[in-house]
Design a binder for this molecule. Structure first.
Ligand code: SAM
Ligand code: FES
Length: 353
């Protein structure tokens, strides 16, 4: 049997392991020599591909209506305490204008699965952003849609799509979502998005209720197979109005460990240091960058709606104006030796020939 250090070196050399080896690696996430070796290698890889650059994405949370009922999420339809809002097309364009002047060249339109935003309405919004900001990337994060809807959005000018798979394990998926949702559909959406030429982002929460190391190993195997351009991971954080209110939050250390692992697994991946990480640890995003992340996603949503996009408790950046958020992050990024850039920050080697 291989020692854990032999497994680490094998991973660094081949960027892939067997499921048993991933489990062994993850069992050693609190072993300092293991995490040091992985983060050292992760930083080396990120510097080779991206130097000191950190890309920034302006997050526009355009609706908190959602037809789904994911058990962990504060804006799920069953939460009748949530105060709902939708941004108008003009409000979305105002966010983009504000962001553009601050140096953002990627806008992420994220929201619950809100049927009011029909394909036609979303297409109109995407077209307007595309026309007004031809040099910017448009990222959507609006949940599961039929292939033809994704196709229309792509044709209207969307470049990227974020859809976390949440967990690659069937039984674990069932325990986090109601019967009407399915892991098969979620995975199919990701493959559809890839086939339509989107830069695709998958990902999962670290420490979601019931998650085992075996589940995380499955996540890594799925990510290697999907080979997405982006991976979003952040700790699970309980929300007081969900059935997981009393569950423990995910671990910052394990999230950092996994950021390093994912950097090695998919060397060129665009990997954000997430708001959830910054919520659990005041220096969480800085630590994320030091573990191998190369993207930050400051909030561009109107301040009046920020608190309403309430996915989990104590979410940070809900009171600050966009400029303050960007300035704050710029300082944080510089404090760990990196540099925030005003670029689209497309995936390396994109588009694939
Ligand atoms: N509706 C879109 C979707 O499903 O992809 C985008 C919005 S959804 C709220 C964005 C992400 O928030 C989810 O993929 C999930 O991983 C994360 N999230 C939801 N509740 C969370 C919680 N309690 N703690 C941490 N992350 C959470
Ligand atoms: Fe939003 Fe610091 S990033 S206030």
């Amino acid at each position: 049997m291989k020692s854990v250090m032999e497994i680490v070196e094998k991973f660094i050399k081949y960027h892939e392991l067997t499921k048993d080896e991933y489990c062994e690696l993850l069992e050693n996430s609190t072993n300092q020599s293991v995490s040091d070796r992985l983060s050292e290698e992760a930083v080396k890889i990120r510097k080779k591909h991206y130097g000191n650059k950190v890309y920034t994405r302006g997050l526009i949370e355009f609706t908190n209506y959602c037809k789904n009922n994911c058990y962990y999420c504060g804006i799920r339809r069953g939460n009748h305490h949530a105060t709902r809002y939708r941004l108008t097309k003009d409000e979305i364009l105002d966010c983009c204008q504000n962001g553009y002047l601050l140096g953002f060249r990627t806008f992420v339109l994220q929201g619950g699965e809100d049927p009011w935003f029909t394909d036609d309405r979303l297409v109109e919004i995407i077209r307007s952003v595309r026309e007004n900001y031809p040099d910017c990337a448009i990222t959507l994060s609006a949940g599961e849609k039929p292939y033809n809807s994704y196709k229309k959005f792509r044709e209207a000018g969307a470049d990227r799509y974020l859809l976390r798979h949440e967990t690659a394990d069937e039984a674990h998926y069932r325990s986090l979502h109601p019967e009407e949702m399915s892991l098969t559909t979620r995975k199919q959406c990701l493959y559809d998005l890839k086939s339509l030429g989107y830069q695709v982002g998958a990902g999962f929460m670290v420490g979601s209720p019931g998650q085992t190391l075996d589940n995380l190993a499955e996540d890594l195997i799925f990510l290697k197979d999907l080979n997405p351009q982006m991976v979003g991971i952040g700790p699970f954080i309980p929300h007081h109005d969900t059935k997981f209110a009393e569950e423990k939050a995910g671990s910052v250390e394990l999230t950092l460990f996994l950021l390093s692992v994912i950097r090695i697994l998919l060397p060129k991946v665009l990997l954000p240091a997430t708001t959830a990480l910054g919520t659990l640890d005041p220096r969480g995003r800085e630590k994320g960058l030091l573990a191998g992340a190369n993207v930050v996603m400051p909030n561009l949503s109107p301040v009046k709606n920020r608190k309403q996009y309430d996915l989990y408790d104590n979410k940070i950046c809900t009171g600050e104006e966009a400029a303050e958020c960007r300035g704050c992050l710029m300082g944080r990024v510089e404090s760990v030796g990196y540099h925030l850039v005003d670029e689209r920050g497309d995936a390396i080697d994109w588009p694939i020939e």
